[in-house]
Write a protein that binds this ligand. Sequence first.
Ligand SMILES: Nc1ncnc2c1ncn2[C@@H]1O[C@H](COP(=O)(O)OP(=O)(O)O)[C@@H](O)[C@H]1O
Ligand SMILES: [Ca+2]
Length: 491
Amino acid sequence: MKERNPWHTPLTIIIAVIGVIAIVALVTIAVLQNKPLIPKYKYGIVLDAGSSHTAMYIYEWPAEKDNNTGRVEQTHCCKVSGSGISDYASDPKLAGESLKACMRDAERFVPSERHEETPLYLGATAGMRLLNIKDSAASDRVFQAVSESLQKSPFSFQGARILSGQEEGAFGWVTVNYLDDRLEQGLETTGALDLGGASTQISFISDSFDGSESPSNYVAFRLYGNDYNLYTHSFLCYGKDQALRMALAHQTQSGPGSIVDPCFNNGYSAVKNYSVLYESPCVSGRKPSSAPQTFTHTGKGNFYECQEVVKSIFNFTECKYSQCSFNGIFQPTLQGTYGAFSAYYFVMKFLNLTDTSVPLQSVKEALARLCATPFDTLKKQHPEVKLKFLNEYCFSGTYIFTLLTEGYNFTSRTFSDIKFIKKIKGSDAGWTLGYMLNLTNMIPAEAPDTPLLPHAGYVSVITVIALVLFVLFILSLRPLWPRCSQKPQIV
Ligand SMILES: Nc1ncnc2c1ncn2[C@@H]1O[C@H](COP(=O)(O)OP(=O)(O)O)[C@@H](O)[C@H]1O
Ligand SMILES: [Ca+2]
């Protein structure tokens, strides 16, 4: 007769089936419990109205996370065609019109159910600061026109305003450190170097700086439970376009008519208008009284001579503090690593010097070579590069080199602590993200409570406990186990 498998009793089968169902149910609940059901996002839009152009950034973050603590990422960027809004002073309506194409773009990228609740900000930087100095009524009219245009969008328009230089520097610093996950984890922070067309910002933490020596350069933050004493300064007129104006103005002082400029390549030649050159507040008041209408601007391409011209736009002597960068502005001792973005990146990218940390000597050699290249050769080497930029790379590169070394005092040792970057993890480096994080209170002052275990750890622990309980349960039923298969013992 065939022996029955002792495990095949109705009781053990029922126990086994219930046990398996219980484990599957437990693990399924554990997995589903903490998982977002459908990936739903919230959105925020920031328009960066820079001196040379306006760009729109769309950010998104998970809607389920409590108090908007989920990671914010840039999902889309739209470049407004035409020039910066400060160039529309004589026809402000056009400034409003120019934003429309990007706003239509935003309507497509943000799901329509979210339109009404999505905050929309416009922040203007040094171009509007200069227009405000030159003609504040014109600056008001431009803001009026862009605000009217943005109010017509379906988003929740939160206003258009000029950022102070301090805000521009501090929010750039917040952006790079947020994107690098340095704030939440309380890691050593990175300094931020931003070069625009009309101003430039430097922001970093230095242990020696507590704000007492120069309160106007001090910004205090408490983020995720950590205190930061940030040094920041924005130099108005030291963006690369206004710096070029100052360099040209300096060279026209010696005698009107023509300039032979070492910062432009040999073979470059253009006729320029005196009053256009001197219309900016960065140079106004210095126009020679006998100046003719136009002057000829030709290049002779020499990096070393160009450096001398560039140095002439800085004041290195005046300083009423313990130490200064330039123009009598206090600067504490440089410390740590730096992310350099916007025009710093564009110019260093052209020089092919962005991928690794670059020795200062290599930058010098690359610039000496670039400036010495005849303009015709340069055009043939770079047919894809816009002439407006190609014309100016010798000047811009020399300006960056001089600003970093003579202005901020980077040395051949500390220069390689600078990384030239455009994006961090898919989001552009710039002030816009930090600005939005601040206005939406998305960075808490105190560290949020975190669950004891991460999700994967939680699921594993639950599974192991369930298995152990199941085995213990089976073992506890031992007295009921069938014994019929045991051989009869011979007494
Ligand atoms: N491809 C490029 N090559 C060189 N310079 C560039 C390039 N694209 C943009 N820029 C420059 O970057 C700067 C950006 O400044 P912007 O943000 O408009 O001004 P600001 O921040 O001073 O208000 C401008 O000088 C612009 O000419
Ligand atoms: Ca800018």
